[in-house]
Design a protein around this ligand. Structure first.
Ligand code: 5RP
Length: 231
């Protein structure tokens, strides 16, 4: 199966999983990216079961609305039973690197109110040690250099994210992203805590302090469900 086919497989599996988990009229938290898009398309086939969704990006909002799924402001939703999102890397503890699609901050906010984080990923995303995928960090633009110097001290090689035309990539929140290569992340919780404490950092794309509860992993042999003990 191609990577796209695996994404579609887990997107469908996640829609079935959510349907079995949440009562009729529930609001679902929805992530961002190509795998999350497959989930949205699968969710849409069942949309009358839900009141709507809370979205983690402008792109996801547009896709949900195009399917006729109502999108609620998080300020009007207190809790979510389930948040479904992709990942750039996930390890055996359910810790993730996210933010390849630039939506890490809103993803972390929406995930923080959910009882369950359901990660959907193709098998290439499961890693033993995180860090091969460049770690995204959303920063306030004026803090780019100071945060960059601190990241250099950690030993990574960093680059400010740019668009295909070379202009700076700007997040939905009006900020910039630094991507850091070459980190071998052995203690993701400690690194998340450390980087998040630096002035000017909006969000680091490590999702370890609040990791995944479940991963639906698309493999050649079908969808494998992994449950994590979240402490
Ligand atoms: C977006 C994300 C995505 O979940 C992550 O980049 C995975 O994307 P894809 O499903 O396209 O591989 O964190 O900010």
């Amino acid at each position: 199966m191609t990577q796209d086919e695996l994404k579609q497989l887990v997107g469908r599996a996640a829609a079935d999983y959510v349907r079995a988990q949440v009562p009729e009229g529930a609001v679902v938290g929805v992530g961002t990216g190509s795998t999350a898009n497959c989930f949205i398309d699968a969710l849409a086939t069942d949309k009358t079961h839900y009141r709507g969704a809370v979205s983690s990006s402008e792109a996801t909002t547009a896709r949900l609305k195009a399917h006729g799924i109502a999108v609620f402001d998080l300020n009007h939703v207190e809790t979510l039973s389930v948040y479904v999102d992709g990942a750039d890397e996930i390890n055996a503890a359910g810790h993730m690197i996210k933010g390849g699609g630039g939506a890490l901050t809103r993803e972390k906010i929406v995930a923080s109110v959910a009882d369950q984080f359901v990660c959907i990923a193709d098998a290439s995303k499961l890693v033993e040690t995180m860090g091969l995928f460049p770690l995204p960090i959303e920063v306030i633009p004026m803090a780019r250099a100071v945060v960059g110097r601190k990241l250099a001290a950690l030993g990574g090689q960093q680059a400010v994210r740019v668009k295909a035309d070379g202009s700076p990539y700007i997040t939905d929140n009006g900020n910039q992203i630094i991507d850091v290569k070459g980190l071998r992340i052995v203690d993701a919780i400690a690194l998340e805590t450390q980087i998040n404490s630096w002035p000017g950092v909006v969000t680091v794309g490590l999702f370890a302090r609040r990791g995944a509860n479940v991963c639906l992993l698309g493999t050649e042999h079908g969808v494998q469900r992994i449950d994590y003990a979240v402490g």
